[in-house]
Design a protein around this ligand. Structure first.
Ligand SMILES: [Mg+2]
Length: 443
């Protein structure tokens, strides 16, 4: 048996099973010039206080390395362990040029799949392999997928405030920078709004946690849309994120109530646990719906796209398993008239943002891109990030994702601290938000 011979030749350092795996790799790559995966490591860094996971794949070809985003900032160390303890031994020695095949192998090898930790770990490897393939070809990744449909990705910025005048002021700043789209979020005095400023005061409650009451938020948001249209006119495109914080029937009402404001999209009116309510919303109004940043699984996005129940798919690309599944789902959406609006918050590494922009450029059914600026500390660690000009995000024209990592700089920003070096609560995870009576709400 060749496997036994291989194991014997290795002096017992590997098992017969591992030798068999190596033999399979050798058989699969015989006659092909593919580089092989020589090492896999995690670059764990928090340059802006948010814990980023970057997977680095080193090949057996000198200087040929790839990077990918696997950032799940709320549970980052678990992703890093999944990469180092499970994916690394599974993929060492395998060819780098069979990306989809390796994705399927990683996805299925855990048996229990579609969870955020493992999907992010797979994404880190997947995106690193696309980076390597682009570098081999001497092309940016978007060229590997057929090239550009558009020159750059039209983006929306996050306009917010503790009250309506602050929101309007924030909007005007984005408009002055050239943005054609803004996401508007307003706070409620004394409460913990999503994506809005928070005042010092706090409403009376039966507990000491941050307070949120859905009905207060809904009334404030409706007044904000009215003020935005009155003060900013009809030309600016308005987005809004409910962040799944209201009840399903409140979501139906709110989708109907905002119809007259002609929003660009209305995001996450329902939680992933309440997806069947989208059919009811669809039957009652034509408010454009965006959904998906919490999705892990085809079980979630397939029905919504296939039944045309949403208008924008907003998945977090690393959370859905990386670039490979995202491009397939985008193509699925094209057939059903559902556009892309990939999740682009601060807790995505620049490699994740680069993957978003590559998809934005190559997918005919691009809708909009969420934009989060790259600060000076992030740029110190990552060189070659996508560039923002006049509300458009431009991809790097360098091979692969076009981004280099300064690992010494990355080590200056360890997990668990904010930009000022202070320890973060809950090891960087989120806390809790409650209604006045103490009931927990979704974040
Ligand atoms: Mg959102």
């Amino acid at each position: 048996m060749l496997t036994t011979a291989l194991a014997a030749a290795a002096g017992g350092a590997i098992t017969a099973r591992e030798a068999a795996a190596q033999e399979n790799v050798a058989r699969a790559t015989r006659g092909t010039p593919s580089p092989k995966i020589k090492d896999v490591s995690v670059i764990a860094t928090a340059p802006a206080g948010l814990r980023l996971t970057v997977v680095k794949i080193t090949t057996d070809q000198p200087g040929l390395v790839g990077y990918g985003c696997g950032t799940y900032t709320q549970r980052a160390e678990l992703v890093n362990a999944a990469v180092e303890k499970y994916l690394k031994p599974f993929i060492i020695g395998k060819p780098t040029d069979r990306i989809d095949d390796l994705w399927q192998a990683m996805y299925n090898s855990s048996y229990w799949r579609n969870g955020p930790v493992l999907n992010n770990a797979i994404s880190g490897v997947d995106q690193a392999l696309w980076d390597i393939k682009g570098k081999q070809a001497g092309m940016p990744v978007y060229q590997l997928l057929g090239g550009k449909h558009r020159e750059a990705a039209d983006c929306y910025g996050h306009a917010s405030g503790r009250d309506i005048p602050e929101v309007l002021e924030s909007c005007k700043k984005y408009i002055a920078q050239g943005f054609r789209h803004v996401r508007v979020q307003v706070g409620v005095a004394g409460m913990a709004g999503y994506g809005s400023g928070r005042g010092e005061s706090k409403v009376q409650a039966l507990h000491s946690a941050p307070v949120y009451e859905p009905a207060y938020y809904i009334r404030a948001a409706l007044k904000m849309f009215e003020a935005c249209r009155k003060e900013l006119g009809d030309e600016i495109e308005l987005c809004h994120d409910v962040h799944e914080r209201i009840s399903p029937i409140q979501a139906v009402q709110m989708c109907k109530d905002v119809e007259k404001f002609k929003l660009f999209f209305f995001e996450d009116p329902l939680s992933p646990e309440d997806l069947s309510w989208f059919r009811i919303i669809r039957q009652q109004c034509a408010t454009p719906i965006a959904m998906g940043e919490l999705f892990n699984s085809p079980h979630e996005w397939n029905p919504l796209i296939g039944e045309r129940l949403i208008d924008y798919m907003r998945m977090h690309v690393t959370q859905m398993g990386g670039f490979t599944p995202a491009r397939k789902v985008a193509a699925f959406g094209e057939l059903y008239g559902v556009k892309t609006a990939w999740h682009g918050p601060g807790d995505v590494s620049p490699f994740g943002h680069a993957a978003n922009v590559a998809l934005d450029l190559v997918c005919y059914n691009f809708g909009i891109q969420e934009y989060s600026p790259f600060g000076p500390t992030t740029r110190e660690v990552f060189q070659g990030v996508p560039e923002m000009r006049d509300g458009y995000l431009y991809a790097s024209e360098k091979p692969g994702w076009g981004i280099d990592v300064d690992e010494k700089a990355a080590a200056k920003f360890p997990y668990g601290t904010n930009e000022g070096g202070e320890r973060k609560e809950y090891n960087g995870g989120w806390g809790e938000i409650r209604r006045r009576d103490g009931t927990i709400i979704k974040q």
